[in-house]
Design a protein. Structure first.
Length: 646
């Protein structure tokens, strides 16, 4: 916990009492009780309790009370320095002249340096006689002026600020603040140091210009260096980098421009505009020097022109009814601090608008190469936007089920889904009415092979018929996966009902589907269509070809079934993995290899020589092809399923 003195004042006694009450309430809310009150008005002092007043023990050598490291004498209302100078006991800041000697700590100093040091000690002793008035004469009814002076030498540079109060024909001048800096170790010219002093003064004035006491004051800044004034009001394109870097802040630029003439304290809109143009000149001179000297190809298509020392877009909009700033924008480099500040300002001004909105406002006055990339890069760094743009985490995909990653017989584990309806007609005769038809798709879980069946209705009986056709051609299906469609649930219930009814007819059907084939039905959980992504993707692929082949025409049932068979052959010829450029089409891994032992679509196949192979050799050849398929399936296709989609 740290505690210190509170030093304040007001125009009249009423405001002082108000500040006192506010301070007491503020600190009391934190459990602090303010004490050691003191002021320079005896009537006001009598309103304080004796316990809260400063005691005699706080006096400093009979002069006054300790306030922020100084000694305040309330009766005279002045500050003193209480100097207890003991060179051997107290640390003293080293002089720059000692640094330049580059001597060791225990080396005797030259006689001239010792003489300077003794003179410095004598000057420190004179601090005890220095008296500073606390009140600077500022009143609410008075005319207030701030006068700043900047100067430099080869050893140091300084800035000092005076307040000039004019009230009822009387003038009072008091020292308000001052700052000094030692000249850099690297030798600089006097004009450069004068410029540093002007920069120091601009920052000093900026710290006072926004305070309550000087809100209505006039500001006058003075420098005896014509070179400095010429630099400040000159063309930055001619400046060296040292000069351009002195005034990077826009407010400091606006205050520095007042070295030319005294103006009101509040920075006007015109002054801010001039400061903006000055900052643009400095940026162009620092980062576009080569382009300014010889208009490069990167700017030539903009037809750049010089206007008041600024490089602007010439363009082709002279006949447009828009402002001159929009016709001839100031050209700024993409990578500079000024552009970042402009983008940040417009982004906040547009209530955190997006890239296009910021660019629209930016183009009203400025032209920045690659502006979309520059603005987008900057906006992505906005913490507020980043918080609302952050993507929420999602549940990662689970491992693939065993039926997807285990070699098995073709269509041993399959997924099924319906698609449609499709408009069909009874025959090709004129006047025939159309009716609805559907498609059942069966997808092998291991090889992604597809089997398409035309279905005349969306009921359970039609699906059972399609399922019989499927298993008759592809073999028994031990595991069947689907969503909870009414026709699928009905088919499962119908098979159960057939078994329970016990009739010979239904019992034979159930025996074929349940006992002999051993089909086990698996339903997806409710509300989770992503479980059926394999066959949903197959439906999408089938519709891709159907829409392009059918269009608006109507097909008969036979034509529809034939087209589905052709689409089935096409889908089964799709490579399971991205084919390498060096592979022949016949060697690409496709589901058709497992179905018919060759690609479904091979144009102009060469004739196969007749070989006298025994039945055993032919069976071994088929077995070998099957084993080769599953070996390539494990090496090429299976590993592509490793990456999770989310």
């Amino acid at each position: 916990m740290y505690m210190d003195d509170v030093l304040s004042g007001a125009w009249d006694v009423g405001l002082v009492k108000q500040k006192r009450d506010q301070l007491s309430v503020l600190f009391a809310s934190g459990g602090f009780s303010l004490a050691k009150w003191m002021n320079n008005d005896s009537d006001l002092l009598s309103t304080f309790s004796s316990e809260s007043l400063a005691k005699e023990a706080t006096l400093k050598v009979g002069l006054g009370f300790s306030v922020l490291g100084l000694v305040w004498e309330p009766r005279k209302d002045v500050f003193h320095f209480n100097v207890s100078f003991q060179p051997l006991a107290s640390p003293v800041t080293k002089r720059k002249s000692l640094w330049l000697l580059t001597k060791e700590w225990d080396v005797t100093l030259p006689a001239d340096e010792v003489e300077k040091w003794r003179a410095f000690e004598d000057d420190l002793k004179g601090l005890t006689s220095l008296v500073i008035p606390r009140w600077n004469g500022v009143m609410s009814e008075a005319l207030i002026e701030l006068h700043g002076f900047a100067d430099a030498s080869k050893f140091a540079y300084a800035a000092v600020l005076y307040v000039r109060v004019i009230y009822q024909g009387r003038v009072r001048v008091n020292l308000l603040a001052s700052k000094t800096k030692v000249a850099p170790l690297k030798t600089q010219s006097i004009p450069r140091l004068e410029l540093c002093a002007a920069h120091l003064l601009a920052k000093l004035v900026a710290s006072f210009a926004s305070t309550e006491d000087f809100v209505s004051a006039k500001i006058h800044l003075w420098s005896d260096s014509k070179t400095t004034l010429h630099w400040i009001h000159g063309i930055p394109a001619r400046w060296p980098v040292f000069v351009a870097n002195r005034f990077a802040d826009k407010s400091n630029v606006a205050l520095t421009l007042r070295f030319k003439a005294a103006t009101e304290n509040r920075i006007s809109v015109d002054e801010l505009s001039q400061a903006t143009l000055q900052a643009c000149r400095m940026t162009q001179s620092a980062l576009l020097a080569e382009e300014i000297r010889s208009v490069s190809l990167s700017l030539r298509n903009l037809c750049p022109v010089f206007v008041d020392g600024l490089l602007r877009v010439g363009g082709r909009l002279d006949n447009a009814h828009i402002s001159d700033d929009c016709k001839h924008q100031v050209i700024l480099p993409a990578k500079c601090r000024l552009v970042e500040l402009l983008i940040d300002h417009l982004h906040k001004r547009t209530l955190h608008g997006g890239t296009r909105l910021v660019i629209t406002h930016l183009r009203q006055s400025f032209w920045i190469p690659r502006v979309t990339r520059v603005v987008g890069t900057h906006l992505r760094k906005c913490i507020v936007c980043l918080r609302y743009r952050a993507a929420t985490t999602s549940q990662p995909m689970a491992d693939l089920p065993a039926v997807r990653v285990t070699p098995s017989r073709l269509f041993e584990s399959s997924g099924v889904d319906y698609a449609g309806p499709f408009r069909l007609k009874a025959s090709n005769h004129r006047g025939n009415l159309s009716y609805k038809g559907y498609m059942a798709i069966f997808v092998c879980m291991a090889t992604k092979a597809v089997n398409l069946e035309a279905v005349s209705s969306y009921d359970t009986a039609s699906f059972i018929a399609a399922f019989r056709r499927f298993t008759s051609r592809r073999g028994p299906c031990l595991h069947l996966y689907s969503d909870r469609g009414t026709n699928f649930v009905g088919a499962d219930a119908e098979l159960r009902r057939m078994h329970n009814k016990g009739s010979e007819f239904y019992d034979s059907i159930f025996t074929q589907l349940r006992d002999q084939q051993g089909t086990t039905w698996h339903y997806n959980p409710p509300g989770s269509p992503h479980f059926g992504g394999l066959w949903e993707s197959g439906v999408k692929s089938v519709k891709h070809h159907l829409k392009r082949m059918i269009g608006d025409s109507l097909l008969t049932y036979e034509e529809f079934a034939t087209l589905l068979a052709q689409i089935e052959a096409v889908l089964n010829s799709r490579p399971l993995t991205p084919p390498a450029e060096s592979l022949e089409p016949e060697s690409v891994l496709t589901p058709a290899y497992l179905i018919i032992g060759a690609p479904s679509f091979i144009i102009n196949e060469p004739p196969i020589k007749s070989e006298n192979l025994s039945t055993l050799e032919r069976w071994q050849r088929i077995t070998l092809l099957t084993q080769e398929f599953w070996e390539r399936w494990s090496k090429e296709y299976l590993l592509t399923l490793q990456k999770r989609g989310k």
